[in-house]
Design a protein. Structure first.
Length: 259
C-alpha cells in the first residue's frame, strides 16, 4: 500500500460554522470562491457538470450532513478521478475550513506547491466573501443571467513542451493545471482558463484567443458578415464545437460553444 504526500490547508473564518457550511454546501455558489469552477456548475441528476472547452468535468458532492463535510469527487473528461476532502469545523464562535491536498503521482514539487498556493487563494476568497457578507450579493442565478455569450472565454498556447510550460507558469504565476492526455493541458489563473497544446506548431504572435458563443452558427454568420475570414469551419471536439477565423488585421481567433 502506498500513500501520497499531503498538506492540510486551512483558514479561520469569523462566521458561525453552520453558516459557513451552508454557504459552501450550496453548490451553485461554489464558483464564487472556487476559481477552478469559475465557468459555473450545472446540475445533472445527482452530479454537477463543470463545462469547459476541453470537456466536462463531473462533480459528485457529499450528501448534506450535520458534520461540516463538503467532500467532492471530480471525474475529468479522460476518466481520471480526484477526491477533494473539504471540511468545516467549529473554531470558538467561528469556523475553521480545511482542505486536504494530495500530491498526485505525476506531479512535480513545483506543481504541488503551485496547487497549494491556489487552494490558499481560494480559501482566502471564501473568507472574504463570508466575513463581508458578499455571498448575498450574487447568487448562482444572477451568474447565469450575466452569461458568457460573445465574451473572451479561453486562451490557447501552442507549445513545444507541456511539462516545461506548466513548470514555468506554475512557478512564475501560481497557475494550476489539469492534464487531458499527453497533448493537452488546461491551466487556470484564477480568472480565466486556457490550454497548452502540442497539436499545433509553435507560432509567434501570441496565443489563440477563444470567444464563447451561445449560438455558434449565428456567431459564424456575424463574423463573415463583418468581413472576417473563416480559417476552420465549425468542427466538434470533446467539449463542444468551435470554428477559427481571421480578423481584418489577420489575427486568428476562435469561437466555441458547448451547444
Amino acid at each position: 500500500m502506498t500513500t501520497m504526500a499531503a498538506r492540510i490547508l486551512h483558514i479561520s473564518i469569523e462566521r458561525d460554522w453552520r453558516e459557513v457550511y451552508a454557504f459552501m454546501a450550496d453548490h451553485e455558489k461554489m464558483p464564487l470562491w472556487a476559481s477552478g469552477l469559475s465557468s459555473g456548475l450545472e446540475r445533472d441528476g445527482d452530479e454537477w457538470i463543470a463545462p469547459g472547452p476541453l470537456g466536462n468535468a463531473r462533480v459528485r458532492f457529499a450528501p448534506d450532513n450535520a458534520l461540516g463535510v463538503v467532500d467532492h469527487l471530480v471525474t475529468l473528461e479522460n476518466g481520471a478521478k480526484v477526491h477533494n476532502a473539504l471540511r468545516v469545523v467549529p473554531n470558538g464562535d467561528g469556523a475553521e475550513v480545511m482542505f486536504t491536498l494530495l500530491k498526485q503521482t505525476d506531479m512535480s514539487d513545483e506543481q504541488f506547491a503551485a496547487d497549494a498556493a491556489w487552494v490558499e487563494k481560494d480559501l482566502a476568497a471564501l473568507k472574504t466573501i463570508l466575513e463581508t457578507g458578499d455571498e448575498k450579493q450574487k447568487t448562482g442565478e444572477d451568474m447565469a443571467m450575466t452569461g458568457n455569450d460573445r465574451r473572451i472565454d479561453y486562451i490557447e498556447f501552442n507549445v513545444a513542451d507541456i511539462a516545461a510550460s506548466t513548470a514555468f507558469y506554475g512557478s512564475a504565476f501560481g497557475w494550476t493545471f489539469t492534464d487531458y492526455g499527453p497533448e493537452y493541458c488546461e491551466f487556470a489563473d484564477g480568472r480565466l482558463t486556457g490550454g497548452f497544446t502540442t497539436l499545433g506548431s509553435v507560432r509567434s504572435g501570441g496565443p489563440l484567443v477563444i470567444i464563447y458563443a451561445d449560438d455558434l452558427e449565428g456567431a459564424l454568420a456575424r463574423v463573415e458578415g463583418a468581413g472576417g475570414k473563416i480559417l476552420k469551419p465549425i468542427f466538434a471536439f470533446p467539449g463542444g464545437r468551435r470554428f477559427h477565423f481571421a480578423d481584418p488585421d489577420g489575427y486568428e481567433l476562435a469561437v466555441w460553444s458547448k451547444q
